[in-house]
Write a protein that binds this ligand. Structure first.
Ligand SMILES: [Zn+2]
Length: 73
């Protein structure tokens, strides 16, 4: 069976090796060892703090819900 395709860009969670700023909002600080969202963007990866990760996931959930509604109309 072919694997189902996904609308979501590939993402993962990992832990920061060293402290850096969140790449979605530079005011957010990610400390060494913190869990962060790793999102594949073009050929590179961007890392976001969990606060931004939540907002991204919530917004994607809404988009997916509305996509389903358009199909079911
Ligand atoms: Zn952030």
């Amino acid at each position: 069976m072919p694997r189902p395709k996904s609308l979501l860009k590939s993402f993962d969670f990992d832990n920061a090796k060293k402290a850096h700023n969140c790449q979605h909002n530079g005011k957010h600080r990610i400390n060494a060892g913190d869990k962060r969202l790793k999102l594949k963007v073009n050929r590179t990866h961007e890392h976001y703090c969990l606060e931004c990760a939540k907002k991204i996931i919530e917004s994607d959930l809404l988009k997916l819900k509305s996509a389903l509604e358009q199909i079911n109309e």
